[in-house]
Design a protein. Structure first.
Length: 149
């Protein structure tokens, strides 16, 4: 499957200048239609949203963007989602990760949970399920973080 990239932003930040209390959600998926749809959904739910076509682009922007939560695809060319998760662990990142994948299996699910993801969801996902998983992931209670696994 070939990835279609979005045009690069003209500034170093992908976040719109809005209310400072609005939660920032980053989306990493190699499929343009998925990124576009998730950005629309997140913005309609009151989140700020930025999307990245690759794990590398996301990781290279990480210092500037400081997301509150990440929605991460697992199967991508170049750096896959598990490599992104490993790099985030090396960096001691403190934001929750919601995995959204078209290729769920018990082994993949187990590996993602062991990597510390907050939720493991299958594409296509119902919007209310995804938004619920994000809300739980953003909740301050650690016991809520693993409710959607």
């Amino acid at each position: 499957m070939s990835a279609v990239s979005e045009p690069l932003p003209t500034s170093t930040s992908r976040w719109p200048l809005k209310d400072e209390y609005q939660k920032r959600i980053a989306v990493v998926d190699d499929v343009l239609a998925v990124r576009t749809g998730l950005k629309r959904l997140l913005r309609s739910a009151g989140f700020e949203a930025a999307a990245y076509p690759s794990g590398d682009e996301f990781l290279n922007s990480l210092e500037a963007i400081h997301p509150d939560c990440l929605i991460l695809d697992l199967r991508m060319p170049d750096r896959d989602g598990f490599e992104v998760l490993a790099r985030l662990a090396e960096l001691d990142s403190d934001f929750p990760v919601v995995v959204l994948t078209s290729y769920p299996s018990p082994d993949v699910r187990r590996k993602a949970i062991e990597a510390g993801v907050s939720a493991f969801l299958e594409k296509p996902v119902d919007r209310s399920v995804l938004l619920g998983a994000i809300e739980l992931a953003l909740a301050p209670s650690e016991s809520n973080r693993h409710a959607h696994q």
